[in-house]
Design a protein around this ligand. Structure first.
Ligand code: PHE
Length: 344
């Protein structure tokens, strides 16, 4: 018994463990129900009193030493495990981050593009820095037209027969379409345009347009009217009406301004439509034969229509925004109003 006690005590003193599992194994091996120390106690119980006296103290010391050692190892492996654990509390809820939203002008642009795509139109884009030829010359602007004045257009280079400028409308993309695409042509041209205007609630030096062009044999004003009526009904509601007022553009003849029935008061008159029941939404007309010929299209065989609208204006009508400048100021209080309009 003496030897056994000494041997076990040595074992206990030299005991090491690398994990909580190993500590538990050692505990079971020594102090468990069938553990070696437990067995020793069972044997001890059968001893005569004088032997009990001899070994009692030693065997108790062994048990205490084993219990203390196991406890110590438990503490060590526990603190080791906790020092390896990440410092962060992984059960904490994440920090929410704000989802951005699309700009109202982008939302309207997408809507307009989607409507005309359904009608079979392609989307064409062109350069924002254009030359005089594509913005004015090919579109039948006479040389002394006021739009060609520095007062109205931002020129990038002057003193040149075909100066560079910031396009004042996306009709320049239509010219490029007529030059490059095969007939029949059905395109819409969304894009940013620039005009030398004083900034106010109703005007800005930068804004966005979508212009459209359809050229084929036998295209008539009735086709133009129908295309715009269908567009207005998709955009502003199925009961929308349109009316056309005679107008003038150098590149279309005849030309018209299009009004849509006010979708706020349904024609009764309100402050959005200024009591008229109508809202002006775009310019349009039949492509002037001079314009077709300038791009090499036979105006005896082909005819076409064109239209153009300002996207900020459409967005103002749609959401009843009364100041154009809101669209350019990046004020989060304004932009976050359009969160619900996002479609993913
Ligand atoms: N280009 C014209 C503008 O910028 C709009 C328009 C396009 C008018 C096509 C008629 C036909 O105002």
């Amino acid at each position: 018994m003496k030897e056994e006690i000494e041997q076990l005590l040595k074992q206990v003193q030299e005991l090491t463990a690398n994990s909580a599992k190993e500590v538990e194994e050692a505990r079971v091996r020594l102090l468990g129900k069938k553990g070696e120390i437990t067995k020793l106690f069972e044997e001890f119980r059968t001893y005569a009193p004088d032997l009990k006296r001899e070994f009692g103290k030693k065997i108790n010391e062994l048990k205490q030493a084993a219990t203390a050692k196991i406890e110590e190892l438990k503490q060590n492996t526990f603190s080791e495990a906790s020092s390896q654990a990440p410092k962060e509390d992984l059960t904490m809820p994440g920090t929410p981050f704000a989802l951005g939203s699309r700009h109202p002008v982008s939302i309207v642009r997408q809507e307009v593009v989607d409507i005309f795509r359904k009608f079979g139109y392609d989307v064409a884009e062109g350069p924002e820095i254009e030359d005089d030829y594509h913005v004015f010359e090919a579109l039948n602007f006479p040389p002394n037209h006021p739009a060609r004045d520095m007062q109205d257009t931002f020129f990038v280079s002057t003193g040149h027969p075909n100066p560079l400028l910031l396009r004042t409308h996306t009709s320049s993309v239509q010219v490029r379409a007529m030059e490059n695409m095969s007939l029949p042509i059905r395109v819409i041209c969304p894009g940013r345009v620039f005009r030398n205007e004083a900034i106010s609630a109703r005007a800005h030096c930068i804004f966005h347009q979508v212009e459209g062009l359809y050229i084929d044999e036998g295209v008539t004003f009735a086709d133009l009217k129908q295309a715009i009526l269908l567009f207005a009904r998709e955009m502003f509601g199925a009961d929308s009406q349109i009316r056309m007022r005679p107008s003038y553009f150098p590149f279309t003849e005849p030309s018209a301004e299009v009004d849509v029935s006010c979708n706020i008061c349904h024609g009764k008159g309100c402050n959005i439509c200024k009591g008229t029941g109508w809202l002006e939404i775009m310019g349009c007309g039949m492509v002037d034969p001079n314009v077709l010929e300038a791009s090499g299209i036979d105006s005896k065989k082909y005819s076409g229509f064109a239209f153009g609208m300002g996207l900020e204006r459409i967005a103002m009508l749609k959401w009843q925004v009364n100041d154009l400048r809101h669209y350019f100021e990046n004020d989060m209080r304004f932009l976050s109003e359009f969160k619900t309009a996002i479609e993913v």
